[in-house]
Design a protein around this ligand. Structure first.
Ligand code: KG4
Ligand code: ZN
Length: 345
């Protein structure tokens, strides 16, 4: 089964073709980052318009890359949420229009399920069950995964997502959007011992996260440095390093706890922040100590992309799931633990 995947939930237009027999056939991405950078964050209206402009040429591009005609597609999967409603509607309406014209099934996919399954695009995919750490710009969640659609939420952020905290910290440090990779780059030259930031919610039981206090701590530290006339490039790098260490440490402590609580031996990390090198290294070390394994997608598939949506859609369609309503779906808020397995749908 060859499935076209369409991702337009935020600021990347992602399109891919996944074949359930041969794997990923083609994958293309257009990032709107440069356009939004001017405004310091995503402007929803501009995002929708740009998806409209980029989507059809990208679909043509992946078809050419895969050496296929539209008529050879067996189904279409698109991100139905969560995300920006206008942006989602561009993908949803294009998917529905094309599927109707071609007379093939179309399925709305959950964006975070796409992230969660993205490590399965790699050569040694994780087997079920596993614990998943989902860390993106909008979500920070620990999920116990027993199969496709069989998700138990173990914990999540009660305020900012980890990626959001990176982005806000970047702004405070005068770095441009999206901040995660830039904070990470600046942190490389930072001295790890100069500041110690709090590790929020690690001193009490449970698997929830909170990152907004860390953001305030960063702001206070920067203000103090400024007042003392000490806010130079090195100080900025030291703050970036302390912030990154605190986030990485907090996520690592909770992952360790989730593995212990569930007794599972596989940890999957996905979402934009899982591209963070320091986080990958720390988790690999911790997980090895527990005789467990860690899985993550290649950098390109950590952030938003069409391949993960094509894959998630293909797995559900292959298991027999169909959307019989014929209505396009765009759900800005959609808790992942309301998903069900295709077998029980
Ligand atoms: O998954 P994603 O592309 O979009 C959402 O679904 O939100 O994640 C984007 C987030 C942004 O907040 C970005 O700053 C963060 O992932 N990010 C990183 C890194 N690369 C991307 N955060 C820390 N370190 C990175 N290397
Ligand atoms: Zn995402």
């Amino acid at each position: 089964m060859r499935v076209l995947g369409i991702e337009t939930s935020c600021d990347e237009t992602g399109v891919a073709i996944y074949d359930t027999e041969r794997g990923l056939l083609a994958d293309a991405l257009y990032s709107q980052v440069a356009m939004h950078a001017e405004y310091g964050g995503v402007v929803p209206e501009l995002a929708s318009r740009d998806h409209t402009r980029r989507l059809l040429p990208l679909i043509q591009q992946v078809l050419e890359e895969a050496g296929m005609q539209r008529s050879e597609l067996d189904a279409i999967a698109y991100t139905a949420g969560p995300g920006l409603v206008g942006a989602l509607m561009v993908g949803a309406s294009t998917a529905h229009g094309m599927a109707r014209a071609l007379g093939i099934p179309v399925l709305g996919v959950h964006h975070m399920e796409g992230h969660l399954l993205a490590p399965m695009l790699e050569e040694s995919p994780p087997a079920f069950p596993f614990v998943a750490l989902l860390v993106s710009g909008g979500h920070t969640q620990l999920v116990e995964v027993h199969g496709l659609g069989l998700y138990r939420l173990l914990g999540e952020s009660v305020d900012d997502a980890a990626g959001e905290a990176f982005d806000k910290t970047a702004k405070m440090l005068g770095l441009s959007y999206p901040g995660g990779p830039q904070v990470a780059r600046l942190a490389e030259t930072g001295n790890p011992g100069r500041f110690r930031f709090p590790r929020p919610m690690t001193d009490r039981p449970g698997l929830d996260f909170s990152f907004s206090g860390l953001k305030t701590h960063t702001l206070t530290t920067l203000r103090q440095l400024e007042q003392a006339g000490e806010l130079d490039d090195q100080a900025r790098a030291d703050v970036a390093r302390a912030f990154e260490e605190a986030v990485v440490d907090t996520l690592t402590i909770k992952c360790r706890r989730a593995l212990d609580d569930t007794g599972l031996k596989r940890l999957v990390m996905a979402g934009g922040v899982s591209a963070n090198q320091r986080l990958r290294e720390r988790l690999a070390t911790e997980v090895a100590k527990r005789n467990a394994q860690v899985f993550y997608p290649r950098g390109r598939f950590c952030t938003d992309n069409g391949a993960m949506i094509a894959l998630a859609g293909a797995l559900r369609l292959q298991a027999g799931e169909r959307d019989e309503t014929g209505q396009m779906k765009a759900v800005p808020r959609w808790p992942m633990d309301t998903l069900t397995s295709p077998a029980s749908a």
